[in-house]
Design a protein around this ligand. Structure first.
Ligand code: DON
Length: 305
């Protein structure tokens, strides 16, 4: 396994030069575009690593999995369904119009920004400081990393430049999807995007989902099995944004990307996979990271389809 990972990283390193590091948040632009790393953690807690697997990056949208999972654990599904859909597209099977001109205010799914902001309002807590702590502690539990840091530089630039996220939140407040203080809500969202992780951290989150909620190599349940099933299904359909369909055909695993360059993928009942490569494709997904996952999926026959 170890030599397979080395060879996959080497074979795909040149793809890093085809992508671009995210620069819409100044703190993100400092990432090394040539970094490429991978960690696999099996459900029985064997781990394998290659490439820049110790290079830190911010979790970004991968945190949406954690927020969604907490929201599912803290809020009855019927309540959650009132404010958020779980659909990859809003178009009906014969639709010729787009979402914007339809009468739907609910965010399409929890893997996009509006959806993640709305799901954060469903996490248990009397304040957004408490809701942030709830998801942050959950992140520490799943990664097994008690020292999980927050990247203050990325958080500050995220907060300074995040006007589109504020706009989404204010819009959803105007349509009664959220009811809380928008500034406090988006601040917690910005902090969660700025958690600093490595491939190991995200692979371990993936391993918990792969093991249907058990911490790797243990019988300790930290997520109900049914909730893992919902999270993986939504990752499989929506986790790679508007690249989810193609990713399903080429890799075939539930996954979630972030603009920090991370991709967390889950091979159900087998392993969690954490990949990092900050040079992104035009959809905001790690370009070389997807290539690495394509090779790995082919070599180990991982596609669930
Ligand atoms: O909301 C934002 O702009 C980011 N902090 C998170 C976005 C993200 O990771 C989108 N990803 N691919």
């Amino acid at each position: 396994m170890q030599s397979l990972l080395y060879s996959i990283i080497e074979a795909n390193r040149s793809w890093t030069r085809q992508g671009k590091v995210a620069n819409y948040i100044p703190g993100l632009a400092k990432a090394n575009p040539e970094a490429l790393g991978i960690v696999l953690i099996t459900t029985d807690n064997q781990s394998y690593a290659a490439g820049s697997h110790e290079t830190p990056f911010t979790i970004q949208s991968i945190s949406k999995i954690l927020t969604f999972t907490c929201a599912l654990m803290d809020t009855p599904f019927a309540e959650l369904s009132k404010i958020i859909s779980l659909e990859p597209t809003s178009d009906e099977f014969n639709s010729i119009s787009s979402l914007e001109i339809k009468n739907t205010h609910k965010p399409l799914n929890p893997m996009i920004n509006s959806g993640a902001i709305a799901t954060l309002s469903l996490v248990k807590g009397d304040s957004y400081a408490e809701r942030f702590q709830r998801v942050f502690s959950f992140a520490k539990l799943l990664t097994g990393n008690e020292a999980l840091p927050l990247n203050q530089d990325v958080y500050a630039s995220e907060s300074r430049t995040g006007h589109r996220n504020r706009a989404l939140a204010y819009y959803m407040k105007s349509t009664d999807i959220i009811h809380d203080d928008v500034e406090e809500l988006v601040d917690a969202y910005f902090r969660l995007c700025s958690l600093q992780v490595t491939c190991h951290d995200i692979a371990r989150i993936g391993a918990v989902l792969a093991g249907n909620g058990l911490l790797p190599g243990s019988e300790t349940r930290v997520i109900p099995k049914d909730i893992c099933r919902i999270v993986k299904a939504v990752m499989a359909t929506c986790g790679m944004y508007n690249g989810s369909g193609l990713f399903a055909t080429s890799v075939g695993l539930p996954a979630k990307s972030g603009v920090g360059g991370g991709i967390l993928a889950v091979s159900p009942n087998r392993m969690g996979i954490g990949v990092m490569g900050p040079a992104l494709d035009e959809k905001g997904n790690s370009l070389a990271g997807i290539k690495v996952l394509e090779d790995l999926s082919k070599r180990l026959d991982l596609s669930i389809y």
